[in-house]
Write a protein that binds this ligand. Structure first.
Ligand code: CA
Length: 229
């Protein structure tokens, strides 16, 4: 059974290109050209994934996303944002989007994200048990909760995303560029220094000794890696 993808995008050219490309990958595609039509389709149709543009006539993408979620639709949503849009809003997951991509993007990048979201959603059991632990720290991804020795630790949205990315790639050496690309909106202005600062904060909150980290390790000349345990 092919997966069904809904594209909500007002730019006819992009809607067409994306639709053709996804169809050629074997997906079934439906489209909507404004926010209201998109929301109607998203809440009544059965889709496996929704690509949702932010700047839409009728009703903006953020509002559509929030209302689709309020309606109880749990289909993964990948937001398509333009340069300079407030990504924290999406990434804080306050509106219920699952991922975002900044325009202009490479088609390969889009396909990779689409596959990742579909895979993640294909195993709800795995997704709901997305809990990690290291030392006396426990991380509940679904509830964005971190506890150390039973005490709740307060992390900023970025710190949490960074930690989550590390835990999903435990043992891998991750360069600052990769972390910037994966965790930050790489079209905005953070520098690799931003990564270092957030790492320092995470270490302060989670490590016994921020100076001699046990978990978030520096790989000299390469970047960082999360110890395997
Ligand atoms: Ca648009």
């Amino acid at each position: 059974m092919s997966k069904k993808i809904l594209i909500i995008e007002d730019e006819p050219g992009l809607r067409l290109t994306l639709g053709d490309r996804l169809r050629s990958e074997g997906y079934e595609v439906d489209t909507a050209s404004d926010g209201l039509e998109g929301e109607a389709k998203a809440t009544t149709g059965s889709f496996d994934l929704i690509l949702l543009d932010v700047m839409l006539p009728g009703k903006g993408g953020f509002d559509v996303c929030r209302d689709v979620r309020q309606h109880g639709t749990t289909t993964p949503i990948l937001m398509l944002t333009a340069r300079g849009q407030t990504i924290d809003k999406v990434l804080g997951l306050k509106i219920g989007a699952d991922d975002y991509l900044t325009k202009p993007f490479e088609t390969m990048e889009l396909l990779a994200r689409v596959e990742a979201l579909l895979r993640r959603n294909a195993s709800p059991a795995a997704a709901s048990s997305a809990n990690y632990s290291f030392g006396d720290v426990k991380v509940d991804v679904r509830r964005t909760e971190v506890r150390k020795g039973g005490e709740e630790i307060s992390l900023s949205a970025k710190e949490f995303q960074l930690l989550k990315y590390f835990l999903e790639h435990r043992g891998d050496t991750l360069s600052r560029d990769v972390l910037l690309h994966e965790v930050w909106d790489y079209d905005s202005t953070p520098t690799t220094r931003t990564v270092d600062v957030h790492i320092a904060w995470l270490r302060q909150k989670l490590e016994e000794s921020a100076k001699q980290p046990r978990w978030i390790l520096t790989v000299h000349g390469m970047g960082y890696k999360f110890a395997e345990g």
